[in-house]
Design a protein around this ligand. Structure first.
Ligand code: KIV
Ligand code: NA
Length: 266
């Protein structure tokens, strides 16, 4: 069986089929999602927050994305792997974007890259697509711009912002993106964008009418500590499960209950 490709993704929209996407940052977790049939895995720069202990996605480097993307590719057989272009790896212009994207595709085996920005990133998307690199765009709330946004506010509120989001969506489609993430956008506007485009929209905090939905896996599985955003649904309480396992192990070691005779060699 072969990997999912961007052609399969295009065919899904034509058939009106919705699909799920999750982030992944390591081979073993990625293999779980691959075996569960998740067709697209994003090695997101959310690794900054979820995997590397940074406070935002801003410090994430090309080397970090490359190492973890290669691990996710090695851990999977079926999923399309999308590698995120980190902050600073494509903002200088199309040539820098092509250099960065080429490196990720060659070094990691990922099947596509993702970058942030609508009209402002259209030239980058165009050159990558011309070079044969499938591009997923990302508009609405673009976390690499956290310092400009002053946080993570919902985007596209008000007529002017809504029109800009529609222009951004059209711009990335015209530039050749095979899909576009809509992050933190009112559901009605995300639905309008989804109807206006022939490429699939991938929603996160963007309501039910997007063609696909993405979540950060640690949010989805209840691994992220503290409060999770309103748009997240937790499908497990992994933090509790894993913490419980660690506490039980610790107790057994302290009590001498582990290892038992059957765990020892004689
Ligand atoms: O880095 C990431 O996890 C993302 C998704 C939230 C779309 O960009
Ligand atoms: Na990202």
């Amino acid at each position: 069986s072969r990997r999912i490709t961007v052609r399969d993704i295009a065919a899904a929209k034509a058939r009106g089929e919705k699909w799920p996407m999750l982030t992944a940052y390591d081979a073993m977790t990625a293999s779980v999602f691959d075996e569960a049939g998740i067709p697209v895995l994003l090695v997101g720069d959310s690794m900054g927050n979820c995997h590397l202990g940074y406070e935002s996605t801003v410090p994430v480097t090309m080397d970090e994305i490359a190492v973890l993307s290669a691990a996710v590719v090695r851990g999977t057989k079926r999923a399309l792997i999308v590698a995120d272009l980190p902050f600073g790896s494509y903002q200088e212009g199309p040539v820098q974007a092509l250099r960065s994207a080429t490196r990720l595709i060659k070094e990691t085996g990922a099947g596509a890259v993702k970058l942030e920005g609508g009209e402002r990133s259209a030239e980058q998307i165009k050159l990558l697509v011309e070079a044969g690199i499938p591009v997923m765009a990302h508009i609405g709330l673009t976390p690499q711009s956290v310092n400009a946004f002053g946080g993570y506010p919902v985007q596209g509120r008000g007529e002017e912002a809504a029109q800009q989001l529609l222009r951004d969506a059209k711009a990335v489609q015209d530039a050749g993106a095979f899909s576009v993430v809509l992050e933190l956008v009112p559901a009605e506007l995300a639905a309008e964008v989804t109807r206006a485009l022939h490429i699939p929209t991938v929603g996160i905090g963007a309501g039910a009418e997007c063609d696909a939905q993405v979540l950060v896996w640690t949010d989805m599985a209840g691994m992220t500590p503290g409060r999770v955003p309103r748009f997240v649904k937790q499908y497990a309480q992994l933090r509790e499960v894993l913490g419980g396992a660690a506490r039980a192990f610790a107790e057994d070691v302290v009590d001498g209950a582990y290892p038992a005779p059957e765990h020892a060699f004689h």
